[in-house]
Design a protein around this ligand. Structure first.
Ligand code: TMP
Length: 204
């Protein structure tokens, strides 16, 4: 029986992860996988409604963390778990590492609270592979400024993103078996070459 794998894309705003998401999905499809591409917060009708609120309304940091996990609970129930059970591959643009990085690192919510929520919401589910797109803050900021109207998170200051990035990198060294850190300042074809090798490695 073939089993699906769960791949997550992470990085601070402006790190350039979304550019590479469809590339990886196509790589997998070329290897005859059925691929479900989804995102957090979001991925379900309820999750997308929560996304609107999360990205645009100010709220207490614990409310923010709880809503992220509420959206995630629905996302796992409706999308991620059924897809993996069918043997599909799931690519999610962000997952729980983002909550540790943004609400834990950026907003300084105690890690123990996030550990408890993670244990509650998905005690047995972890990504098989997490691609962390890493860039210095000034590069990320320049990319954001070049795009569009900024949401609540994107409007945060440099120290917020420095703490978010640091927490991502800390998690990458805590879970080296599933994390791949990609230097996202490199040229797109160079990154694509690395992604090809990583994908071949987990689909061996
Ligand atoms: P996106 O712009 O990459 O789609 O992500 C939406 C924003 O939500 C981004 O600024 C990161 C933030 N976010 C959190 O703060 N915590 C989370 O758990 C997730 C999934 C996203």
């Amino acid at each position: 029986m073939t089993t699906g794998k769960f791949i997550t894309f992470e990085g601070i705003d402006g790190a350039g992860k979304s550019t590479h998401l469809s590339f990886v999905a196509e790589l997998l499809r070329a290897r005859n996988k059925t691929v479900v591409v989804t995102r957090e917060p979001g991925g379900t009708s309820l999750g997308e409604q929560l996304r609107e609120i999360l990205l645009h309304e100010k709220m207490h940091l614990e409310t923010e963390a709880l809503l992220m996990f509420a959206a995630r609970r629905e996302h796992i129930a409706q999308v991620i778990a059924p897809a993996l059970e069918r043997g599909d591959w799931v690519i999610s643009d962000r997952f729980t590492d983002a909550t540790f990085a943004y609400q834990g690192g950026g907003r300084k919510l105690e890690r123990a609270k996030l550990d408890a929520l993670e244990q509650w919401v998905h005690p047995h589910l972890q990504p098989d592979l997490t691609l962390l797109f890493d860039v210095p803050l000034d590069v990320a900021r320049a990319r954001l400024d070049a795009t569009r109207t900024l949401d609540k998170f994107e409007q945060e200051k440099a120290d917020f993103f420095a703490a978010t990035r640091a927490e991502y990198l800390r998690r990458a060294s805590e879970f080296p078996q599933r994390f791949h850190v990609i230097d996202s300042t490199q040229a797109i074809p160079t990154i694509q070459q690395q992604l090809r090798a990583i994908v071949a490695g987990i689909d061996a």
